[in-house]
Design a binder for this molecule. Structure first.
Ligand SMILES: Cc1cc2nc3c(=O)[nH]c(=O)nc-3n(C[C@H](O)[C@H](O)[C@H](O)COP(=O)(O)OP(=O)(O)OC[C@H]3O[C@@H](n4cnc5c(N)ncnc54)[C@H](O)[C@@H]3O)c2cc1C
Length: 571
């Protein structure tokens, strides 16, 4: 097994990973920093796919307090208020850093101020953007700066296991697969950042990039770390329906379309959102997705089972100018966004839940830090559109600062628990010796997609969650007996598909079990058998960890450290 040593190891090269690399380098230029990424640096993950933009309170009429209150109310009083406050406060510094230090060009008003557009669920138009493909601008500039600073890269290296020291009380490094050769690699590090970006790709319709399979969350679970809010999976309302068998189905067209006045129509051509919320199409994502899904369950659908979004009542020149990327994407799928109807479905987009972490990005394992979509607690029950990339860049930067200092003051290269490395190696190479006759990876993937969509999706209840429990266990054991040919480990995508599915099934179990714990309906989590929000003052968040090979679920009270339900910080 190849062995490498680096002071700081960053897993993932999205907004969180690259910001962490740059800030760690700034804080501690002597530290050796390595970014390890399953895909290519600058080309993988979801930050690159960000369309609509970045929420930040820049305008004179807006305020950090207002952004904070929108985040807390959108999150149905479940966010950790200190994390949410830091998000909205540091977002201002971060957007200036993106423009003035890293060289991003965001759209501007004629008077030179940064243009901010409307996103759903917000009381102020505060979403900074570069056209309707903002993520490419952000990630290209971040990648250039990372390359320029001599930060080391392990591209197409997949992290598979967090490895602790022999005492089990600190991180020693990470076990990986070099995807290009198929060889196992152990990277020893003093500080490790988990920034693999979650990614709810276990659902039939989903938006994240294909390299995301909840690897970081699965590794954290296997390492015994606590995760929170795992029942909170966000469905974005407008996923394209481009037919079966294409990856375009499920990918989104952006929220700004509803922000500027786009209508949702059911299969009969009627608007319906007024039946669900007074804000109509500009209600938060959870409410709009439920309204759409309700219409779908009632059969008020288009030819492919979805509903429609239309902009045809708006100025065509404005739609073409403001949303060129969306117009083109729809045209690629045979839809006319400017003057026609585009068939859409709610699509699994984002996980509000994730690894429990503190405001300095530290976790319960000494030397392990976490940032971005791998973490839980910032958004509570619902993430506002535009708060995702703010989260990854704000907390990525903070993680980099913390790790730079950590390595200077507390950093130790621990010797790894060799038994754990051997166990990890055995686990990931299991399919090469499996001899059972399972249904095959495609059938397992399709079954996982359907069961998560039907039973752990937009609506859930005790019966559906219980059905999903045994189905997920069955899928896991089918995977264990599904073999993968061992002729060629280099770029063996079937092997990686197997590994993806193992992680997705594990994290699906955590989502399912957490959904069972929460006997109320909050934000993205809706229980048909418990439709009420319940007692906000006594809100609790769910937790899950693996202890002795078994899932251990619990709840903890939300601490209202800044504002209580019924109060506001807006003066
Ligand atoms: C289509 C789309 C549009 C979006 N639009 C918006 C928007 O307008 N506004 C907004 O705020 N948010 C938006 N989001 C959400 C936003 O992209 C995410 O919140 C955020 O970018 C996540 O950043 P991250 O750094 O945590 O993860 P990512 O950017 O996803 O990066 C994860 C990285 O981890 C790597 N990785 C994964 N597994 C492993 C492993 N095992 N080993 C090593 N590396 C690994 C990946 O290759 C990737 O490099 C959108 C998401 C999508 C999918």
């Amino acid at each position: 097994m190849r062995r490498i040593k680096t002071d700081i190891l960053i897993l993932g090269s999205g907004g969180a990973g690259l910001f962490a690399a740059l800030h760690a380098h700034q804080k501690n230029p002597k530290a050796e920093i390595t970014v390890a990424v399953k895909g290519l640096l600058g080309k993988s993950g979801c930050t690159r796919m960000v369309q609509g933009g970045y929420n930040v309170a820049l305008a004179k009429e807006d305020s950090v307090e207002r952004h904070f209150m929108d985040t807390i109310e959108g999150g149905k009083w479940l966010p950790d208020q200190d994390l949410a406050w830091q998000l909205v406060e540091v977002a201002i510094e971060r957007i200036h850093e993106l423009e003035n230090e890293l060289g991003c060009f965001f759209d501007r008003n004629p008077d030179g101020t940064v243009h901010q557009k409307a996103f759903a669920g917000q009381t102020f138009d505060r979403t900074v953007h570069k056209g309707d493909l903002t993520g490419i601008e952000i990630i290209n500039r971040l990648a250039e700066q990372t390359w320029a600073r001599g930060i080391k890269r392990l591209e197409e290296h997949r992290a598979i296991e967090i490895v602790k020291n022999r005492k089990g009380d600190a991180i020693a490094g990470v076990l990986m697969i070099d995807i290009r050769t198929g060889e196992l690699v152990f990277v020893q590090a003093q500080a490790v950042l988990l920034a693999t970006g979650g990614g709810p790709t276990m659902y039939k319709y989903h938006t994240p990039s294909g390299d995301k399979s909840c690897d970081g969350m699965a590794m954290a679970l296997r390492a015994g770390l606590p995760l929170r809010d795992m029942e909170m999976v966000q469905f974005h309302p407008t996923g394209l329906v481009a037919g079966a068998g294409t990856r375009i189905t499920g990918t989104i067209i952006e929220e700004g379309l509803r922000g500027v006045g786009g209508y949702l129509l059911n299969g009969e051509g009627n608007r319906f959102m007024h039946e669900y919320d007074a804000r109509n199409e500009r209600a938060t994502r959870d409410i709009v997705s439920r309204g759409m899904y309700d219409q779908m369950l009632k059969g008020n659908v288009g030819p492919n089972g979805g509903v429609y979004i239309t902009m045809r009542h708006l100025d065509p020149a404005m739609v073409k100018k403001e949303f060129p990327g969306m117009v083109e994407r729809c045209a690629d799928c045979g839809f006319d966004l400017v003057s026609g109807l585009v068939e859409v479905v709610p699509t699994a987009h984002y996980m509000m839940g994730g690894v429990v972490f503190r405001t300095d990005c530290s976790t319960d394992l000494s030397g392990l830090f976490a940032a971005g979509e791998d973490t839980g607690g910032v958004h509570g029950a619902n993430r506002l559109g535009g708060n995702g990339v703010a989260n990854s860049t704000v907390y990525g930067g903070i993680a980099g600062d913390t790790m730079g200092e950590w390595v200077a003051n507390n950093g130790v290269f621990y010797e790894p628990d060799e038994a754990a490395i051997a166990e990890g190696a055995t686990r990931v190479t299991l399919p090469f010796s499996a001899t059972g006759k399972g249904p095959g990876l495609s059938a397992i993937r399709n079954r996982l997609h359907d069961l998560m969509w039907d039973d752990v999706g937009i609506f859930r209840d005790a019966a559906s969650l219980s059905r999903a429990s045994s189905a997920l266990e069955e899928l896991d054991s089918q995977l264990d007996s599904t073999g993968v040919a061992d002729g060629q480990r280099a770029f063996n995508l079937t092997w990686h598909d197997w590994l993806n599915l193992k992680n997705l099934v594990l994290v699906s179990q955590a989502i399912r079990g957490s959904a069972e714990q929460r006997e109320d309906s909050r934000g993205a989590h809706y229980r048909n058998d418990h439709p009420d929000v319940r007692d906000l003052e006594n809100s609790r968040f769910t937790t899950v960890r693996i202890d002795g090979g078994r899932f251990d679920y619990g709840t903890r009270p939300v601490v209202f450290s800044r504002v209580k339900p019924g109060q506001t910080l807006i003066r």
